[in-house]
Design a protein. Structure first.
Length: 136
């Protein structure tokens, strides 16, 4: 399925059928960070997308890179970083200067695929990420 662009009216819709003011999101691929979405007026889809984006586009500190970019993962994480830079040629140098980010730890899985609420796993939502469709 091709990516879907959402309209502003879609983005500003409530994120759930019941009023949510706080939401904890966990990504199984990045279990070290929780993503907390808050809006006292009720969480919108825009709140969720912006908070996920901001969290995943946080530059890794040297200490985080030492911990999470293990020798076993180094090549895949570096490849994801290089591809992310290359995918925005007009921002390539800017992206490189900002450095490796949490999204690079997803090893190329940087497309939002959805949120689910697993039964019996606590009060959090699970973020599902996937790889972008290849361009031919």
């Amino acid at each position: 399925m091709p990516p879907l662009a959402l309209s502003n009216s879609d983005l500003d819709k409530p994120a759930a059928n019941t009023a949510l003011t706080r939401m904890t999101i966990q990504c199984r691929l990045l279990p070290y960070w929780e993503i907390i979405v808050e809006n006292p007026a009720g969480i919108t889809c825009r709140d969720i997308f912006c908070t996920i984006h901001d969290s995943l586009h946080t530059t890794l500190t040297d200490a985080e890179r030492d911990i999470y970019v293990t020798d076993r993962r180094r090549a895949k994480v570096q490849e994801a970083f290089t591809k992310r830079c290359r995918d925005t040629p007009e921002l390539d140098e800017y992206t490189r200067q900002r450095g490796m980010m949490r999204v690079d730890l997803l090893e190329g899985k940087r497309i939002f695929m959805g949120l689910s609420r697993p039964p019996d796993e606590g009060e959090f939502w699970v973020l599902d990420m996937g790889a972008p469709l290849s361009r031919h």
